[in-house]
Design a protein around this ligand. Sequence first.
Ligand SMILES: C[S@@+](CC[C@H](N)C(=O)[O-])C[C@H]1O[C@@H](n2cnc3c(N)ncnc32)[C@H](O)[C@@H]1O
Length: 247
Amino acid sequence: MDDSTSANRRFWNQLSGAYQDRHDARIGAAPRLWGMYAIPDDELNALGDVAGKRVLELGCGAGQWARSLAAEGASVVGLDLSEAQLAAAAGAMGTDRYSLVQGAAERLPFADGGFDLVFCDHGGLSWAPPDQAVPEVARVLRSGGRLVFNVTSPWFEACYDEEAERVTTTFQRDYFGMNTIAEGDGAISYQLTYGDWIRVLRGAGLVIDDLIEPRPGAGSLNGFNKTDPPDWAHHWPSEMIWVTHKP
Ligand SMILES: C[S@@+](CC[C@H](N)C(=O)[O-])C[C@H]1O[C@@H](n2cnc3c(N)ncnc32)[C@H](O)[C@@H]1O
């Protein structure tokens, strides 16, 4: 395990309790809620039918998504780097059981071609180097299988004012060269440009079917970050959901 992976594991182990106290109720308020604004998948139509499918969630956290999909009849594996997050998922598992595996998105402990769908919502593709994690996903997908994932948009990140601890309407850093965001104590998240995402996905042999830019309603508030104005994401894209498949 390299330094940043170890640091990310420590970061999430330390954060897990407080993060779940603050966010679990919102993330898990209903099945299939995407991202910082808890937008229902019914509105975005990103994931599709999962009944009977072999599904891998990369960075499943406390399993709010995984348990929803297990309840819909998918055979789900929730992978996460953090044992504290996996313990939270185990504690919240419902009657529809699913598998939990500790591991890193950049080195998946699975055989080739075993999954029909790999997905995450601010999970492994935000917290593992995409140039390593995306080829791993392509490897474990069967032909025709899909990768669907939600990450923070570069607009949102470029407008984040560290000092004011909020997203503003002023660019605070360059769009080009963000690449990694320091999260404290050596932990790192990843922030690619649109072009870099296209290259890393196509480079792994995946076909891009859609890029969904969720637009919350004017009154919807961000559950994780302060923004100025409060309805920032009604005006500019805060997240992007990439929809791809392996030919
Ligand atoms: C923001 S949470 C996403 C989970 C859930 N969707 C949520 O919104 O809470 C990020 C998750 O990614 C996990 N993670 C971080 N680095 C990872 C890696 N390299 N491979 C797999 N999971 C990782 C963390 O432990 C954490 O549980």
